[in-house]
Ligand binder design. Structure first.
Ligand code: PLP
Length: 396
């Protein structure tokens, strides 16, 4: 006998992984250069030089036992202070080491926050489409109900009327992700202010705070000088979940944090509950070496030139062919409207006829669109363009 819920999670098919696996198999048949795989969100630029140099230096210079030893449960205080200093400098806030809790990436940060906020199966989290499919698992893990705000498919900001309808007396948190996976859109300050006003009013009406959970692994991946507002500056009751998986291209190193400022209602209790929840899922003592590395490299700016070139090439060419999509300002995704509105059929046809692997938006709660991860080589994009052209022409 095994736990049915976890068995379900463990055996549920993943469209993205299946596409990726299909691509690997097809590469053996038709050659790697004839498979155009836009399925995975795995960074394709190397970590900044300083990251590898710091790893080497720490391995050479530090105590050989301690550098591989356990860290403190919330992370090293000096590392948390380095991160707080960086946040203070960039966003003109007053973050303290004691407000940061280090985690093994953004995923356990989000799960710990979800668990810390869930007190009964009546509780509700509001998710805003399109959203990262794993939220269904992360935020539903302790039985809370999930309410989905349908996508604003014109601009991919937030549909405020629908958000208002989704919030009720049992809402404990609203989850936002900007720059967004899968749309690549950055929520504007104006959007965030409207959300903040609504959550403040609703919190007053229902007599309890409604937290804004800002999932931000793509915070630094923005193009053309666009600024990503720091959400705690717009709404006090914000809990930030962050990782260096995308910004420093370190997804395999599993390092991130939860930031709960003292300005958050019940912030201290919430911080302790996040620590307790992380303990329950066994996501404790994030890797010592990598904590030390991100502490030293927190100010490193990634070189986004390659992503930006890919973004421009794909966006400009696809829209010229007649595809419709919101221009992404951030992350490394393009979310494109399927020519006849059926993204699943489009994805299947593209796969079978052209070895072009695109992810239907259904899993992101936004059918009718498909996602392209452009963290790929520029050459692959160029080689794939005739396939995109043939696909749209086949619908005319
Ligand atoms: N949130 C979003 C929106 C993501 O796209 C991802 C990963 O793709 C995560 C969270 C998880 O990030 P991490 O690898 O740091 O756990």
């Amino acid at each position: 006998m095994v736990n049915e819920k976890y068995y379900g999670y463990g055996t549920a098919p993943s469209v993205i992984r299946e596409l990726f696996a299909y691509g690997l198999e097809q590469a053996k048949v038709v050659g790697k250069e004839n498979v155009y795989d836009y399925s995975l969100g795995n960074p394709s630029i190397p970590a900044p030089k300083k990251v590898n140099e710091t790893i080497k230096r720490l391995l050479d210079e530090e105590d050989p036992i301690l550098i591989h030893g356990y860290s403190m449960a919330p992370g090293f205080e000096n590392v948390r202070q380095q991160i707080a200093d960086n946040l203070n400098e960039r966003f003109n806030i007053n973050a303290k080491a004691s407000e940061l809790f280090m985690t093994c990436g953004c995923a356990p940060a989000l799960v710990s926050v979800a668990k810390a906020l869930t007190t009964s199966t009546e509780d509700e989290f509001v998710l805003i489409a399109p959203y990262f499919p794993e939220y269904n698992v992360f935020f539903g893990c302790d039985g809370a109900k999930l309410k989905v705000v349908p996508a604003d498919t014109e601009h991919f900001q937030i549909n405020m009327e629908e958000l208002e309808k989704a919030i009720g007396p049992h809402t404990v948190g609203v989850v936002i992700n900007s720059p967004n996976n899968p749309s690549g859109v950055v929520y504007t300050e104006e959007t965030l202010k409207k959300v903040a006003d609504m959550l403040t009013a609703k919190g007053n009406e229902y007599g309890h705070p409604i937290y804004l959970i800002a999932d931000e692994p793509y915070r630094e991946l923005v193009y053309g000088g666009v600024k990503v507002p720091f959400v705690p500056c717009v709404y006090d009751n914000t809990i930030v979940c962050y990782s260096w998986s995308k910004s420093l291209s370190l997804p395999g190193e599993r390092i991130g944090y939860v930031f709960i400022s003292d300005r958050v209602a019940n912030g201290k209790e919430l911080y302790a509950a996040v620590a307790g929840a992380a303990r329950e899922i066994g996501s404790v003592c994030p890797p010592t070496l990598i904590q030390r590395v991100v502490g030293e490299c927190v100010g490193c700016d990634p070189d986004l030139k390659a992503y930006d070139e890919n973004r421009n090439l794909l966006y400009n060419t696809l829209t010229e062919y007649g595809y419709e999509c919101a221009k992404p300002d951030g992350a490394f995704y393009l979310f494109v409207k399927a020519p006849n509105g059926d993204a699943k059929a489009f994805s299947e046809k593209a796969k079978l006829e052209h070895n072009l692997l695109v992810v239907p938006g259904d899993g992101f709660a936004c059918p009718g669109f498909f996602r392209l991860s452009y963290c790929v080589s520029n050459d692959m994009i160029k080689r794939s363009l005739p396939a995109f052209k043939a696909m749209i022409e086949s619908y005319k």
